[in-house]
Design a protein around this ligand. Structure first.
Ligand code: GDP
Length: 181
């Protein structure tokens, strides 16, 4: 803002052609720098979300969607499904060696879930922040998990943790035609 004010002042308060050219060049350089800076740190991304069975059972889909939308993320695809045992096992295959794997699969297939594609600025990190920590007792105030989760397993929502996983997870549950924007 300060730079912008300074260049505008130069441009409007002097009639000298040289100063006009310099100030315009300076303004253009500043704009280019800002665009690069903004583009580097603020990228439109897509992430994959699941509203888990503990939340659908308690009729919390709307409340969770409100928090998602209030954060600025857009729900660009959404459907309510009942995950099969195979889907849950494949989806959480990375945790196959963990002691809670079988319990997690049972939980994820215990009722309907809502699978979603979210879009927005830095959507992957942004949604992880809206979700809160895996363990709700460690989640920040105002996050979905702090407000709604029942425990470390029944923690109401899933969100992708990387660009690569977001692409894989979205493609696992949605066709391109289903992502309507
Ligand atoms: P997330 O990315 O925050 O969902 O966390 P993780 O990828 O580490 O774990 C995947 C899911 O497994 C979590 O969301 C929980 O539902 C479940 N989970 C993680 N840690 C535990 C645990 O210690 N015990 C149990 N029972 N479930 C867990």
């Amino acid at each position: 803002m300060k730079v912008c004010f300074f260049t505008n002042l130069l441009y409007t308060s002097r009639s000298n052609e040289f100063i006009k050219i310099i100030s315009l060049k300076f303004a253009k350089t500043k704009a280019t720098f800002c665009n690069i800076f903004w583009g580097y740190f603020m990228t439109i991304q897509r992430t994959f979300s699941i509203i888990k069975p503990d939340a659908t059972r308690r009729n919390l889909t709307g409340a969770i969607n409100s928090k998602i939308e209030a954060s600025g993320l857009r729900i660009i695809a959404q459907k309510r499904i009942h995950m099969s045992d195979r889907e849950a096992r494949e989806f959480y295959a990375i945790h196959a060696e963990r002691p809670f794997y079988n319990d997690l699969v049972s939980f994820m297939t215990s009722g309907p879930v809502v699978v979603q594609v979210l879009e927005g600025q830095n959507a992957i990190t942004a949604y992880r922040e809206v979700m809160g920590s895996t363990n709700p007792s460690e989640a920040a105030d105002g996050t979905i998990r702090k407000e709604f989760a029942e425990g470390i397993e029944a923690n109401s929502v899933h969100g992708s943790d990387s660009i690569e996983n977001a692409a894989i997870e979205i493609a696992y549950f949605f066709t391109n035609e289903e992502i309507v924007g």
